[in-house]
Design a protein around this ligand. Structure first.
Ligand code: PLP
Length: 463
């Protein structure tokens, strides 16, 4: 960018917006053209009036490996990576081939997929679970896991932790409200009936007092639902807490559910269960395992998954599906394209073993360490935190305390847009590295972050 420094903030903003609009003009035109018919929160979720003219999503035309190209021909190094889907980069040949082969054969939904059994076995082998069922999204997988836990335990209440995200099902869209030192659950957003919160016990993650609350409600609780490392707080990785939670829930007959939508296959082939050495009753997966196709997986102990189909039985004897069943369905469950992609992904993960994640995690650690030293040396109010190959920017507490929330938001948004302008796509305040990000890519990202921070510092948006 050729903006001169030491400009007033207003002048800087005017020029930045103009340059940004020039560079991404087709994305802006498409966004405006679509708005009358398309209800889409992509542009409005980051809406801020001073940045209104650049509040639009970049429209992607093509992607390959670590890169995406937009409608104006701009090239981006992608760190959104499908919100964690693209562990192997965009359009990896082994997944593309699997999907193409299935497409050639047809998308027949009413009959059984010919590979579903192999996908189920691979899932069980990698996650060390006994049985699995397939849904279409992570949200559905979590919703089903909760229903299975309620069916088997014959209890209603679910404990969740403040700051966790479990998808967009009403039953988990709650937030914590503090009253007299204890937390209570309230709907997170309009449209969620308040009585949904009656069946939710909301607790502080990683706080050992939360274990006492679980003990106190043990007889009402069907499940404790955990996002093992919250994407909103990557530094909190409470292994000891999780191990004690496992022991407590086991003793109380409460289902322990790990929501492994992000951690699954990313931190370790066995996900957070293997990483923290905690075996849970039910784990939910999605994202990476679908290789870009929509998928959700509910994996768990037989006693819970048996509530899907009544449990194991054989031909030629007197056995039959005996377990109590609940309702589970979905037109697109076990979709042939998703199954073909999942088979390719799981075989790839099995073949490469933990070294795939270890190397990527190590490269992410070096990337994060390099930028963190830069932030510290420059006295910049940013830090990066990480879990495996997922990282997030945080703004220092001292900056947040000393400034109006609008000032903080403006700084964060400008940093985000400045990076897009320099060809780096972030997921909100962080991102994912994939196995296709090269050392050159990482160096370019580091340079772009430094250049953005310097530019915003020079004009006064960053102290
Ligand atoms: C931890 C976690 N659980 C559940 C979900 C919901 O998955 P989906 O968006 O596939 O419905 C997400 C999505 O980001 C997630 O991060």
């Amino acid at each position: 960018m050729t903006l001169k420094l030491k400009k007033s903030k207003t002048q800087y903003l005017e020029e930045f917006i103009q340059h940004y609009n020039q560079r991404t003009q087709t994305s802006k035109q498409i966004s405006q053209k679509n708005r009358p018919c398309l209800a889409d929160n992509k542009a409005s979720s980051l809406f801020s009036f001073p940045l209104k003219e650049i509040s639009y999503p970049i429209v992607g035309k093509r992607s390959c490996g670590s890169k995406i190209w937009d409608m104006d021909g701009n090239e981006y190094l992608d760190l959104i990576m499908g919100y964690g889907v693209n562990l192997f980069g965009h359009n990896p040949p082994f997944i593309k081939q699997a999907i193409e082969e299935q497409l050639e054969k047809g998308i027949h939904l009413g009959v059984q997929s010919e590979v579903v059994g192999e996908v189920a076995e691979l899932m069980c082998e990698l996650t060390q679970m006994e049985r699995v069922a397939f849904s279409n999204t992570g949200t559905e997988a979590v919703m089903t896991a909760i229903r299975l836990a309620r069916t088997v335990t014959n209890r209603n209440k679910i404990a969740v932790f403040s700051g966790s995200y479990h998808g967009h099902f009403d039953g988990t869209l709650v937030k914590a409200k503090g009253t007299n030192g204890s937390l209570s659950a309230v709907p997170m957003t309009p449209g969620i009936p308040p009585n949904i919160a009656n069946d939710i016990l909301i607790l502080e993650y990683g706080n050992f007092q939360s274990l006492d609350s679980i003990k106190n409600h043990a007889r009402e609780l069907a499940a404790v639902l955990v996002e093992p490392v919250q994407t909103s707080n990557l530094s909190l990785q409470p292994q000891e807490f999780l191990q004690q939670l496992r022991q407590l829930t086991q003793e109380a007959g409460i289902a322990l559910i790990f929501d492994e939508m992000v951690s699954g296959f990313r931190i370790h082939p066995g996900g957070a269960q293997a990483w923290f050495n905690v075996s849970v009753d039910i784990a939910t997966y999605g994202k990476i395992v679908g290789g870009g196709m929509p998928i959700g997986v509910i994996a768990g102990k037989g006693v819970y998954l048996d509530a899907i189909d009544g449990g194991m039985w054989n031909y030629g004897d007197s056995s039959y599906p005996q377990a109590q069943k609940t309702f589970f369905a979905g037109t697109y469950c076990k979709h042939p394209l998703a199954m073909a992609a999942a088979r390719a992904v799981l075989k790839h993960i099995k073949h490469h073993g933990f070294s795939l994640q270890q190397q990527l995690n190590q490269r992410t650690s070096e990337f994060v360490a390099s930028l963190n030293s830069y932030f510290i040396e420059g006295g910049l109010p940013f830090q990066l935190e990480k879990f495996g190959s997922l990282f997030g920017f945080i703004t220092s507490d001292s900056f947040v305390r000393a400034n109006d929330s609008n000032v903080t938001m403006m700084m964060q948004l400008l940093f985000y847009y400045n990076l897009i302008y320099r060809g780096i796509l972030l997921r909100g305040k962080g991102g994912f590295l994939s196995t296709t990000h090269t050392d050159d890519d990482i160096n370019s990202i580091i340079k772009a972050v430094k250049d953005s921070a310097n530019e915003l510092q020079a004009v006064g948006f960053v102290p």
